[in-house]
Design a protein around this ligand. Structure first.
Ligand code: UD1
Length: 393
């Protein structure tokens, strides 16, 4: 039987939840040979290995170890190293996920090497080109051959940009597949108890967008507002800190922000910093929170699925379905609005939220079915070989 080799790319933390269910589903099909390639964009144990383990991705077949750098340096390294690997191994397809630098760079390599590219979580648009992720999304989508959308807005955006309808598959949300698969286990995580927290009586915080954390004049008022919310509602605000944010907070002087020391029980009225949480621990922290304050894309989706109120500290979202259907409130990067929205959300009983269409735990099945269909319909592999031979002449 002919086997199709795919390169499934992960680079940064949020790629893992999207690629894990796709990898697992591909492994169930004998005609597919999925190869896991990690660019190494994220490399700390807490940002990478623990996710590979908990999401059962296994050890990557290749790790390119690109590490950190400016966007240009990091992207260039991925292009060079992934390009070399792709030229040597000639996969039949490259699958990328999300909107990080690794997504964009690996999609570009595929396009240049005339290897079909599939983008998981295509079409999302914040319409804000100051966000590095927006550039990554636009470029990845422009060079992809199969575009898997998670919500109707994604499909609409792609059609408006002139992407052929036949390339777009509304597959649903693969990240939610991971939540569905892990939720029961996450609910057994001892994390909330270990921190001394009570379900429904704490606020969970994540902030890592450059626009919010890189400048003290933006980060300081955001943290002051969160402190004020914690004090007003006598709840601890738990903040697993992304490495990008860690160094920025260290430079600020705000009283009421404390490091969790692994022993103390968290009390109300303050911000408690802790190291980045594992996937299962974070899921359990989200699930039991009274409210989440975030600037992450994935957290807006996960809280929507869980029905937990989410206050998004950004001026835009590329995931409008989370506001339309879900429990997400787009607050703006505005401290006063954050305090006011928190007051409103915590005062009112929780509204009933709907789960967006096809966020049902089966997105990966639809994605893989479409990949197999693509291979069945595509030109014979020999054509790619002859293109390759022509290029090396
Ligand atoms: C990246 C993605 C962002 C995603 C986020 C999730 C891009 C442009 N950005 O942002 O879309 O939401 O991942 O986490 O791709 N660092 C470590 N250890 C690590 C990784 C990073 O200490 O394992 C530190 C380094 O100082 C690095 C900084 O974090 O310079 C930023 O890392 P980088 O991958 O450039 O961007 P993120 O902010 O993580």
């Amino acid at each position: 039987m002919e086997q199709f080799k795919t390169f499934n790319v992960v680079g940064a933390r949020p790629n893992m939840m999207k690629m894990a269910p796709v990898m697992a589903e591909m492994r169930r099909h004998a005609e597919l040979h999925p190869v896991l390639v990690h660019t190494g964009q994220h490399y700390d144990f807490s940002m990478s290995q623990v996710f590979l383990d908990q999401l059962k991705l296994g050890e990557p077949d290749y790790n390119l170890n690109v590490g950190s750098g400016t966007h240009h340096a990091q992207t260039a390294q991925i292009l060079e190293k992934f390009g070399e690997l792709v030229r040597a191994e000639r996969p039949d397809m490259i699958l990328v996920a999300g909107d990080v630098n690794s997504t964009m760079a690996c999609a570009l390599v595929g396009a240049k090497e005339l290897i079909p590219v599939a983008h998981v979580e295509a079409g999302l648009r914040s319409f804000d080109r100051t966000m590095p992720e927006e550039i990554n999304r636009i470029v990845a989508d422009a060079v992809s051959d199969l575009l898997f959308t998670t919500e109707q807005s994604g499909t609409d955006n792609l059609l408006r940009e002139g992407v052929a309808e036949g390339k777009i598959v509304f597959a649903g949300n693969a990240m939610i597949d991971s939540v569905v698969a892990a939720l029961e286990q996450a609910r057994r995580s001892p994390m909330v108890g270990q921190l001394g927290l009570e379900a429904g009586k704490y606020i969970l915080v994540t902030l890592h967008r450059p626009s919010n954390v890189d400048q003290p004049q933006n980060l300081q008022p955001a943290l002051q507002a969160i402190l004020e919310i914690a004090r007003e509602h006598a709840m601890p605000a738990v903040f697993p800190v992304h490495p990008r944010t860690q160094s920025r907070i260290a430079g600020l002087e705000i009283s009421g922000i404390q490091e969790w020391d692994n022993r103390s029980r968290l009390s109300g009225g303050g911000i408690w910093l802790m190291p980045p949480a594992s996937y299962l621990d974070f899921l359990s922290l989200m699930d039991k929170a009274a409210m989440v304050i975030t600037d992450s894309g994935g957290v807006q989706e996960e809280t929507t699925y869980l029905g937990v109120p989410c206050l998004t500290y950004r001026d835009n979202t590329e995931r409008p379905v989370t506001v339309e259907y879900g429990s997400n409130h787009l607050v703006g990067a505005n401290p006063e609005a954050l305090i006011a929205t928190a007051r409103e959300v915590l005062r009112k009983p929780r509204a009933v939220h709907r789960t967006p269409p096809l966020w049902d735990g089966h997105a990966a099945e639809r994605i893989v079915a479409a990949v197999i269909e693509f291979f069945r319909r595509r030109q014979p592999a020999a054509q790619y070989a002859s293109i390759d031979a022509a290029k090396s002449r």
